[in-house]
Design a protein. Structure first.
Ligand SMILES: *Cc1c(COP(=O)(O)O)cnc(C)c1O
Length: 489
């Protein structure tokens, strides 16, 4: 389906900056002759719908503090900045209220689920007692696709038990999710988490809620303190649940992948770095698990429990405020739609008018031109290539790189042609991306002969490889890969 969509669409975009880049690499082979970063794929990072995902309590507070105009201008950071004027205590109380609502909801939903499953009544009562409305609460809820790596947290159960059972600084995790019916690994993982949740040391500390749906998502993303996400890099296209959390003053802890690579700000959440450290995914999983435990132990938990005389965790609230002021405005649906308009929709509107005018005149012309070029592309002859002999004597800085290519158009006489010279540096015997691309000038001669020339000042030191790329030119094409025909010389 993606290939079909690529072939039928003038514009293509990823749903985050990294996803845009990954898509260029994934679909590079549809456009032979081009490098991944030349592929005509942009990106618009997903956002979330404020009225759907922000709790009523937060919406009331925002309305009061940000003013009436805010709703029509949600991506404007000026409004969100005003969260800094709200007393820490107000925010702390709101957060606690939302957590209490989550726990009430979990109690009722889990009692129903567990009774239906014939779970032991003792276990049910124990669990209901164990939930702690004052404990640092961490949410992890999503599809249980393997790339989300829900297992990471369970790499070291001993360490996890110490982490959650500290009586001065208790921690509880709520997991929720669904696995695809054909995803055995995902289902086994859910089974394993449910098993762990029934171990005496983890009752109420690790909880799994079945049948993750929008209602549960709403309670979770506004009720927990930390939203945890641990995807395998770079497979998280965007991830939106963390954006929902942000609007509700919930702090994220996630891999710098998808939206979080753009959203993360220091003192406004925690992050696992973007680059893989190891080539082996097993080693990478181990490293990430260690980093997750350490970040909880050394940073997240102590900051959450560091309270002032009136019982308010001032530093924690500063993380909450930073999250709201510095991250939330960037991930609203308003910002997403603005991006789609400015990057795509306005352009496509103009283009669609242009292409359908006069009974599709432009479309007919382009189609006829493409047919002609395609039919006779191989008749083009390269008659002469004159290159500088840089093997004898390298170019010095200040000297010019001069080249000349003579082409005979044969059957394509009258068609416009372009030749560009690409410079790149080899890594492991391969040029991964061009560093400079410079278009040659052309002079037409008699009988379909064209002379292409370049005269480029050498102003960058180093050893470069170069090559020439020829392509048919038509100012009416929306972009180069709309007609993917090139010949390397
Ligand atoms: C937001 C949401 C998702 C998507 O979450 P990701 O973080 O993008 O994986 C999935 N399911 C439900 C019910 C949601 O509300």
């Amino acid at each position: 389906m993606s290939v079909l969509a690529f072939k039928l669409s003038q514009e293509v975009n990823g749903v985050s900056k990294i996803h845009g880049r990954v898509s260029q690499e994934m679909f590079n082979k549809l456009y032979p002759g081009y490098f991944p970063d030349e592929i005509h794929v942009g990106y618009v990072t997903n956002g979330v719908h404020y009225p759907t995902w922000t709790s009523k309590s937060w919406q009331q507070l925002y309305k009061k503090e940000f003013g009436e105009e805010f709703l029509n201008d949600q991506s404007n950071t000026e409004y969100w900045q005003r969260i800094f004027n709200v007393p820490d205590e107000t925010i702390w109380k709101l957060r606690l209220k939302q957590k209490q609502q989550l726990i009430d909801y979990l109690r009722s939903r889990l009692t129903d689920d567990m009774t239906r499953r014939n779970d032991n009544p003792k276990l049910i009562f124990k669990l209901m007692d164990a939930f702690n409305p004052n404990a640092l609460t961490i949410g992890f809820a999503r599809r249980f696709a393997t790339y989300k790596r829900a297992h990471l947290l369970f790499t070291n159960l001993e360490r996890l038990s110490i982490l959650v059972n500290n009586s001065k600084m208790p921690v509880q995790f709520v997991f929720a999710g669904k696995a695809h019916p054909n995803d055995k690994a995902g289902q086994d993982l859910i089974k394993r988490i449910i098993e762990i949740s029934k171990m005496p040391e983890f009752i109420g500390k690790i909880t799994f809620v079945e049948n993750y749906d929008i209602e549960l998502a709403k309670y979770l993303i506004r009720g927990v303190d930390i939203w945890l996400n641990t995807p395998t890099r770079p497979l998280e296209a965007s991830g939106t649940s963390g954006e929902k959390a942000v609007m509700n003053g919930v702090v994220n802890f996630s891999v710098l992948d998808g939206w979080w690579a753009e959203g993360y700000k220091p003192e406004a959440g925690w992050a696992l770095k973007e680059e893989q450290t190891y080539e082996s995914q097993d080693f990478q999983n181990e490293l990430d698990a260690e980093t997750i435990y350490t970040t909880f132990e050394d940073e997240i938990i102590p900051i959450y429990y560091e309270k002032d005389a009136s019982g308010v965790p001032v530093k924690w609230i500063s993380y909450v405020k930073n999250t709201i002021a510095k991250i939330a405005p960037e991930f609203t649906m308003k910002r997403q739609l603005d991006d789609y308009y400015s990057k795509f929709y306005n352009k496509m509107f103009v283009r669609s008018t242009l292409i359908t005018d006069d009974n599709f005149m432009l479309a007919r012309n382009i189609a006829a031109w493409k047919r002609k070029v395609l039919r006779s592309w191989d008749s083009i002859e390269i008659i002469e290539v004159n290159l500088p002999d840089s093997t004898q004597k390298p170019l010095s800085l200040g000297e010019n790189f001069k080249a000349e290519i003579v082409v005979h158009l044969n059957e394509l006489s009258g068609v416009e042609l372009g030749i560009e010279v690409l410079f790149g540096q080899k890594i492991n015997d391969e040029v991964k991306k061009p560093l400079f691309i410079i278009e040659m000038t052309s002079e037409k001669r008699e009988n379909g002969i064209i002379i292409f020339k370049c005269d480029i000042a050498a102003n960058t030191a180093g050893v470069f490889d170069y090559a020439f790329r020829m392509y048919p030119k038509n100012k009416d094409l929306p972009h180069r890969q709309d007609f993917n025909l090139v010949k390397w010389i």
